[in-house]
Design a protein around this ligand. Sequence first.
Ligand SMILES: *[C@@H]1O[C@H](CO)[C@@H](O)[C@H](O)[C@H]1NC(C)=O
Ligand SMILES: *[C@@H]1O[C@H](CO)[C@@H](O)[C@H](O)[C@H]1NC(C)=O
Ligand SMILES: *[C@@H]1O[C@H](CO)[C@@H](O)[C@H](O)[C@H]1NC(C)=O
Ligand SMILES: *[C@@H]1O[C@H](CO)[C@@H](O)[C@H](O)[C@H]1NC(C)=O
Ligand SMILES: *[C@@H]1O[C@H](CO)[C@@H](O)[C@H](O)[C@H]1NC(C)=O
Ligand SMILES: *[C@@H]1O[C@H](CO)[C@@H](O)[C@H](O)[C@H]1NC(C)=O
Ligand SMILES: *[C@@H]1O[C@H](CO)[C@@H](O)[C@H](O)[C@H]1NC(C)=O
Ligand SMILES: *[C@@H]1O[C@H](CO)[C@@H](O)[C@H](O)[C@H]1NC(C)=O
Ligand SMILES: *[C@@H]1O[C@H](CO)[C@@H](O)[C@H](O)[C@H]1NC(C)=O
Ligand SMILES: *[C@@H]1O[C@H](CO)[C@@H](O)[C@H](O)[C@H]1NC(C)=O
Length: 487
Amino acid sequence: MANLRLLPLVLVLLFSSATGTGDKGHVSAVVAEKGLAFAKDALIGEAVRSLTPLRLPGVEKAVRVPFLGAIRVAASNITLFHLDVRNDSTIHPGDSALVVVASGIRANLSMAWTYSYDSWLFPIEISDRGTASILVQGMEVGITMEIKNYNGSLSLSVSQCGCYVKDLVISLDGGASWFYQGLINAFEDHIRAAVEKAIPENIIDGTSKLDSLLQSLPRSVNLDNVSALNMTFVSDPQYGNSSIEFDVDGLFSSAVAKTSNLQKHPQLSLSCGGASKMLLLSLDEDVFNSALEVYFKAGSMHWVVDKVPDQSLLNTASWKFIIPRLYRSYPNDNMLLNISMTSSPVIRITSEKIGATTNADLIIDVVHATETIPVLCISVVVSASGVAEAAGNKVYGSVELDNFSLALKWSNVGNIHMSLIQGVIRVFLNTVCMPYLNSRLGHGVVLPAVHGFTLKDVYVLTSPEKLTLCSDVTFSNASRLASFPIL
Ligand SMILES: *[C@@H]1O[C@H](CO)[C@@H](O)[C@H](O)[C@H]1NC(C)=O
Ligand SMILES: *[C@@H]1O[C@H](CO)[C@@H](O)[C@H](O)[C@H]1NC(C)=O
Ligand SMILES: *[C@@H]1O[C@H](CO)[C@@H](O)[C@H](O)[C@H]1NC(C)=O
Ligand SMILES: *[C@@H]1O[C@H](CO)[C@@H](O)[C@H](O)[C@H]1NC(C)=O
Ligand SMILES: *[C@@H]1O[C@H](CO)[C@@H](O)[C@H](O)[C@H]1NC(C)=O
Ligand SMILES: *[C@@H]1O[C@H](CO)[C@@H](O)[C@H](O)[C@H]1NC(C)=O
Ligand SMILES: *[C@@H]1O[C@H](CO)[C@@H](O)[C@H](O)[C@H]1NC(C)=O
Ligand SMILES: *[C@@H]1O[C@H](CO)[C@@H](O)[C@H](O)[C@H]1NC(C)=O
Ligand SMILES: *[C@@H]1O[C@H](CO)[C@@H](O)[C@H](O)[C@H]1NC(C)=O
Ligand SMILES: *[C@@H]1O[C@H](CO)[C@@H](O)[C@H](O)[C@H]1NC(C)=O
């Protein structure tokens, strides 16, 4: 029997982007009306490919014919080989389920038939055989799928699935006689019933495979050897009038334990600034903060600077008038800046911008002969803000310095007034730190293509405490989907 492959498609689409709001979710994906329509069309296309050819059970019966008595007729190799779903299909989020209805479907089937007859009238058995084609018109298929949260994963079940065949015409191939036509019509009811039974069975079969797949999806997705994203679904999907929202925990493995004050369904009413997009992916600022915290704890927030655009800045001679004792102790020695974050940077998102505050210790080292000697430590608090933009399937960022404050932590070269070195630090932040960050952010992050689905025409929106990606989805590689494990 053919596997129903359409359901995985839609759910993979939804799942691949699922991220959440609800009560505890920090990432949410809203599949909007246009996205549901896209998913439905992809789903139906894939169903048609996977349902055909579909073999239906054969049948044998005795037909009573006046004067002749009983004639045995049999149909075998009944095969549904073509389904034509026109654009007459709909998808609706119900109260707690998705309802997909396709009507006006045409189907072509073929079959082999035989008849045999023997009686006292003829000394030998009379038999014949041939093939016939069957045209089904006005077929309707309706599926009600329930997607629920089961122990942090999505579970999928079909609560109702029906198929109704309106018209069915059997035509004999090869211009056989009207006599056979009368016999063959006896199979109408059997074929109708077989189609109406087999199609829902295959849909349910496909759904249960997809259900196992969803349950076996990993709860955490490793991004690299440091961080993992928590993909636990925190609530049942929420159904809007024409959209569905999925909420996942979405925090990186050592999450900041901050309770979010999100309303229950804030996303369902979220718009993309008037644009109609298929998918709205909303990321809580906590997602970014939890990621930063994981990297901070993993100890990857250190930076030793030994090259700057104006290299003379890293020589004690340049500091002669700012910190005279430094120059006196280590004349004309090169310097290193050893920067370490003292706490995880904090991101705050508002409707206007993305702000970040970072606390760091800046240790100034002097390289004297072969020795690196720490001479001074300044604690620096930097506020920067940035914007995120998308082009194609990449998201880019840029930041600029807002303000900063300095405090002397310790010094081996006497007391220093911070106001004196403010200017040097500003130059350093503006000519070294910001360009460095911007060069990294400027490469952009490629949004992932999952199983042939690619986000396109991405649009980034910031709102209080959230970053939202509005996007359309294209399905670019059907062969990749076909290689999907369960298919
Ligand atoms: C069954 O029908 C299909 C499609 O018409 C045909 O390709 C195949 O040869 C048939 N098989 C048998 C055993 O008659
Ligand atoms: C279906 O297609 C026909 C012609 O291609 C168009 O007139 C009709 O509006 C379409 N219906 C839907 C529901 O898209
Ligand atoms: C299905 O049957 C219809 C009517 O007999 C015919 O026009 C159409 O070409 C058939 N489709 C296929 C794929 O055989
Ligand atoms: C729920 O999920 C956890 C974590 O994956 C697993 O250890 C546990 O066995 C699951 N419980 C049930 C009832 O499936
Ligand atoms: C992670 O991988 C990078 C390079 O692949 C390596 O430099 C780093 O030490 C690794 N970190 C951990 C915590 O294993
Ligand atoms: C959903 O539809 C109902 C009735 O049509 C309407 O009252 C309600 O405001 C709609 N909700 C949203 C979020 O659009
Ligand atoms: C993932 O999120 C769920 C739900 O918020 C939580 O119960 C679970 O402890 C989290 N797992 C990890 C490893 O943080
Ligand atoms: C940078 O400072 C840290 C302590 O803050 C220290 O462990 C590390 O060795 C220093 N690195 C250099 C190159 O000075
Ligand atoms: C920057 O300015 C803002 C508002 O004036 C202030 O809240 C913030 O603390 C300042 N940041 C630093 C690092 O001084
Ligand atoms: C589609 O995916 C298959 C399998 O992953 C790959 O071999 C093929 O090159 C891809 N085609 C395109 C156009 O990306």
